[in-house]
Design a protein around this ligand. Structure first.
Ligand SMILES: Cc1ncc(COP(=O)(O)O)c(C=O)c1O
Length: 381
């Protein structure tokens, strides 16, 4: 008998239920319209006119150069293509990075709430996840608890900024402190930065690769799916100092080996679009975010402060609702026809149960309709 498969993710469960019930899907994070026609055209051109055979294992040189150029222009990072491994989505970059660093019996510190792939991937590598909890409303890193969680078996810390589900950001000061800990205990930092293009409060995105102490021991993970609102493309990458990048490439070659060649060409073209294009692309979501937050607040919901991603979270108890996110999510989809994601799904032990995540990457009419339903739900429950 094969071992029991991992539990189905909450995103799949909620999206399936939304389809079955005909609910508005503010659960899973994907846009309900195309916002990057330039990339669709580039992919069509690549399919028709460029190679459709295996690309180089570490990614097309043009894409790896474009990733370095993009991060140089947009984040002030000086990178070399030898530092880049192109993967099948950020998910594979996370998997290859964890497999490159973690061996049986190693401990990995995850900051919860955390994206739901981290812990299963750590366990698949034979490691043990050690959770350090972030607390609302600001979800800042509790550095004393983090330092106390480090043991001689700790190898890796996983961080995520902008954070899914909270939408909050880590700062350069956070990375300085993480750098001190990583240097002192010889740890690697894996930083999931897939939402780096979606920051709405004017803050600059901070990466561990901005900090000298982390340049040799941090892995930065990115995703074209998020940068271009093309979540189905599954083109991602890991960026790290060359020896670390070599170790990640070593794992990638036996995970997927390569990633769809025409999509790599198109993403390379997309990354070289002018800064104005990238700014305008992110700006598409700002009014939708403002609309969802304002509508929720007008309906009596308490929305937590956030700065990035396609999500906002609401505090159920402060909104006058039962502080049981699974129960509220279940009733919300069945009684009001709106899918959401309970934030407890981002905790290994469902440690925090009073918060719900809602996605605003939807058309304005859809958000309007959802807000009407949410308003009615709050007074009916
Ligand atoms: C924090 C985080 N990491 C990784 C991923 C996966 O990215 P990809 O679709 O490129 O595999 C997501 C997708 O939502 C995410 O939110």
């Amino acid at each position: 008998m094969p071992p029991a498969p991992p539990k189905q993710t909450i995103f799949t469960t909620m999206s399936a239920l939304a389809t079955e019930l005909g609910a508005i899907n503010l659960g899973q994070g994907f846009p309900d319209a195309e916002h990057a026609p330039e990339l669709l055209a580039a992919a069509q051109r690549a399919l028709a006119h460029k190679s459709n055979q295996y690309p180089p294992m570490r990614g097309l040189p043009e894409l790896r150069a474009a990733i370095c150029d993009y991060y140089g222009r947009r984040q002030g990072l000086a990178l070399d293509p030898a530092q880049v491994v192109v993967t099948s989505g950020a998910t594979e970059a996370l998997a290859a990075s964890i497999l490159a660093v973690v061996q049986r019996g190693d401990e990995v510190i995850v900051l919860q709430p955390c994206y739901d792939a981290y812990i299963p991937l750590i366990e698949r590598a034979g490691g043990m996840a050690v959770a350090v909890n972030l607390a609302p409303p600001h979800w800042t890193i509790p550095f004393d608890a983090l330092a106390a969680a480090i043991t001689p078996r700790t190898r890796l810390i996983i961080a995520n900024t902008p954070n899914n589900p909270t939408g909050t950001l880590l700062t350069r000061a956070d990375f300085e402190r993480l750098g001190e800990l990583c240097e002192a205990h010889d740890l690697t930092l894996l930083c999931d930065e897939v939402w780096e293009g979606m920051i709405f409060n004017g803050s600059a995105h901070a990466s561990p690769l901005h900090v000298d102490s982390l340049k040799g021991r941090a892995i930065k993970v990115g995703s074209a799916g998020k940068l271009f609102s093309l979540t189905g493309w599954k083109v991602g990458w890991a960026v790290a100092a060359a020896p670390l990048a070599d170790a990640i490439a070593g794992q990638h070659q036996f995970l997927t080996f390569t990633t769809a060649t025409p999509l790599q060409w198109a993403v390379a073209e997309g990354l070289t679009l002018p800064d104005e294009w990238h700014d305008a692309h992110a700006a598409i979501y700002a009014p939708r975010r403002a609309q969802l937050i304002a509508g929720l607040e007008a309906a009596g919901y308490v929305v937590l402060p956030s700065a990035g991603t396609w999500f906002v979270t609401i505090d159920l108890a402060a909104s006058g609702l039962p502080a049981d996110d699974e129960l509220v999510a279940e009733r919300l989809i069945r009684e009001a026809g709106v899918a959401s994601i309970p934030v407890s799904a981002f905790y290994r032990d469902n440690a925090l149960r009073g918060y719900l995540r809602l996605c605003f990457a939807k058309q304005e009419g859809v958000i309007e309709e959802a807000l009407g339903r949410l308003a009615g739900f709050r007074t009916s429950i």
